[in-house]
Design a protein around this ligand. Structure first.
Ligand code: SAM
Ligand code: SF4
Length: 324
């Protein structure tokens, strides 16, 4: 399964809900989100059927995301069904971690391989400020629960925001010394409603790495986790068990190796996070039409590179709509 530029497409990110128990400042408006009606959202059976039809085309890896996927009831049931689809080799979850302490074991038992947890601060009052919700949440306990359940690798994604949490990058990096965690610093993407105000708050990854090196000493290049490396570049504090990664959507593009497409909660296939290229799979699926020809047509139209730098964000209001 290759697109028009020869990129092999084997990775599908599946958003299972547009809802969330947080309202992160860079992701969702504090109020006024119009949630999708339940009938418009793909059922777990429908999501599994999409994957079943695409797997023979070469789909191998899945990521379950949202909104916050763990707020949709009974997520392990979906994981178990996806695990049973022939050809699927790897299932990952993106979560804000709030429910990991209670759910990590059930998710692992259902067949989840690994987890990316978002965490923008280690300080409770700041977590509440950035997430605009006060939920009892300890990111270190959540990541520990994931590791103890056998999810591997555990990656911790930190969106760095100038003036909000950029003074914590050294503390996040310190978590990798004695734990097998992969902390990844992500450049803030000024999308949707935030586009005009947030450029000044982007902290370039080179600045983040310089801060970490000033505290922890020169970093050495590292291979990163064995699975699902995606668009990050990895380094290591000498002797550390885990790694430090940077994801730089703004200062570098990695579109030429992009191997992913996205499925929104209401069944739209998006071939580029930032473009407005999308195909409705839900209605044909509900009408009993085969999806493979639609998928092949969508891939033929996958753009060469994203349009974020031109600030043409395809009408996206928030990254939560397409799962980040
Ligand atoms: N709720 C889950 C979570 O927070 O991990 C999954 C969905 S969330 C939309 C996926 C990722 O997108 C998170 O790591 C989040 O930090 C990131 N994200 C959302 N808005 C962003 C922005 N404006 N800039 C950079 N990353 C963003
Ligand atoms: Fe929710 Fe994740 Fe968006 Fe935060 S980044 S509001 S946790 S979907």
């Amino acid at each position: 399964m290759r697109d028009q530029f020869g990129r092999s497409i084997e990775y599908l990110r599946i958003s299972v809900t547009d809802r969330c128990n947080f309202r992160c400042v860079y992701c969702m408006p504090e109020s006024g989100m119009a949630w999708l009606p339940k009938l418009q959202i793909l059922s777990y059976e429908e999501i599994t059927e999409v994957v079943r039809q695409l797997a023979p085309l070469g789909l191998r890896r899945l990521r379950i995301t949202g909104g916050e996927p763990t707020v949709r009831p009974d997520l392990p049931t979906l994981i178990r069904a996806l695990r049973a689809v022939p050809g699927i080799e790897d299932i990952a979850l993106s979560t804000n971690g709030v429910k990991l302490p209670q759910m990590a074991h059930a998710l692992r038992d259902a067949g989840l391989d690994r987890v990316n947890m978002s965490s923008d601060s280690l300080r409770p009052e700041r977590i509440a400020e950035i997430a605009r919700r006060t939920l009892a949440f300890d990111p270190i306990a959540a990541a520990t629960a994931a590791t103890e359940a056998g999810l591997d690798p555990v990656k911790i994604n930190v969106v760095v925001i100038r003036g909000a949490n950029d003074d914590e990058v050294e503390d996040f990096a310190a978590l990798t010394v004695n734990r097998p965690w992969h902390v990844r610093f992500i450049e803030l993407m000024p999308v949707g409603d935030l586009a005009s105000t947030e450029f000044a708050r982007v902290v370039p990854s080179d600045e983040v790495l310089a801060r970490v090196a000033a505290r922890h000493g020169a970093l050495e290049p590292a291979d990163g986790p064995s699975r699902g490396n995606g668009p990050a570049r990895y380094l290591r504090i000498p002797g550390a068990k885990g790694t430090i990664g940077v994801i730089t959507p703004l200062s570098h593009t990695y579109c030429d190796t992009c191997n992913r497409v996205r499925l929104t909660a209401d069944g739209r296939l998006r071939t580029c996070l930032y473009g407005d290229h999308e195909v409705n799979l839900r209605d044909p699926l509900r009408a009993g039409a085969p999806l493979a020809p639609l998928f092949e047509k969508a891939l033929a139209e996958k753009p060469r590179e994203h349009e974020l730098l031109k600030l043409r964000v395809g009408g996206l209001k928030a990254l939560s709509e397409v799962g980040g």
